[in-house]
Design a protein. Structure first.
Length: 79
């Protein structure tokens, strides 16, 4: 059974994959947005690993996940 964090990570990974394709085909603005989202993605993955290690950082991960979701959605709408 997948945890809420794993479900969120799976959802964000799918959005990320879609946005990655669109960003590579899109404008410089979209590519810049992609780079910013990638920085946040890398941070999210690192924070999620800490969470799995028992650290209580759920709220920070949730905020970062929402930022990622918003970035990927903006990319999808822009292209």
């Amino acid at each position: 059974m997948m945890s809420a964090l794993e479900n969120l990570k799976t959802e964000l990974a799918t959005l990320r994959d879609e946005a990655k394709v669109q960003a590579h085909l899109g404008s410089m603005e979209a590519q810049q947005e992609w780079q910013e989202a990638e920085t946040k993605w890398n941070h999210f993955v690192a924070e999620a690993r800490l969470h799995d290690s028992g650290q209580n950082i759920k709220s920070a991960i949730e905020v970062l996940a929402e930022e990622l979701r918003a970035s990927y959605e903006r990319l999808k709408r822009a292209l």
